[in-house]
Design a protein around this ligand. Sequence first.
Ligand code: ADP
Ligand code: TRP
Length: 328
Amino acid sequence: MNRILTALQPSGILHIGNLFGAIEPMVGLQSDENENLLFAVDYHAITVPQKPAELRRNILFAAATYLSVGIDPAKTILFQQSRVSEHTELAWVLNCISHMGELERMTQFKDKSQGKDLSVSVGLFAYPILMAADILLYDTNIVPVGADQKQHVELARDLAERFNNRFGETFVVPVPQIRKEGARIMSLDDPEKKMSKSAESEKSYISIMDDEATVMKKIKSAMTDSKSTIEYDEKRKGLANLLTIYSLVTGKHVNQVVSEYEGKGYGDFKVGLAGAVSAYLSPLQEKIKGYLESEDALIKILDEGAQRAQVIASKKMELVRKKIGVQL
Ligand code: ADP
Ligand code: TRP
């Protein structure tokens, strides 16, 4: 049996990069042979300032989205990170075996702290350690993430090995699983950058709640190039990204999409893509709204998930306390 685990920050509206890079792969990995865990990392979210009411809404929205995409709480332990206090407890222990130098090298920290000098939070710096705790608490074998998170999973591997060497066999060393297609959906207004919800311009990403008109507007203004043919060429980054999105929302191979647009130009292609994206998103949006209408039911699912997660996490934490010598 493999234990597969991933998590997402409930830090705002999700975009299609999150959907295809992180949530959908978890749906595909649900099977009787795996034990899956998926959670909203609310304590990661507060590494940057959050408005409490908004954070609460985002947590519920994240849960509603996972369920709508096809996460089945009977097959996947679905919960909220802050409800299982062992995450922060283990993070503290791991803080004490982590090196400043290895955290300073993390590209996400470098990106997110850029221009913020010393006012950047300690939490943002220590963020990958909490993520390592998330993973190691559950004897996780496989961590499906987008390409940008690989470095963090590697830190979790290093910390697991370091702890095991120092205190004896305790943690399973996890392996990142990077999805190739959709692993890195690029920004619409700058195909050199990944699509990100923390981007300055709303035009750079497609939110999973965007309506038809918004999707059309964003795709029409997506950056492409001055060539006129629709073909897959990695050097034509903007178009390659749009073709990838087309393929993901329709389930068609990129080559098939290319052949459908033979002899046509960007105008037709963009209209077709916008239609395909909306056709994919609108049933999903209906489901999400449905879940959000019954908040109590949603909270109950998350509570049950937290209880199941805690059974595993508390055993691991007991072992950790014994290993480091604080358990009398
Ligand atoms: P964001 O950069 O939008 O804030 P997060 O860092 O919260 O996104 O990422 C949440 C999950 O979605 C992670 O597993 C991450 O790898 C994945 N992800 C984020 N952006 C993309 C993207 N552009 N393409 C594919 N996957 C992505
Ligand atoms: N850091 C991840 C991100 O921003 C989210 C995350 C937190 C995570 N804990 C995790 C992902 C554990 C996988 C496993 O996307």
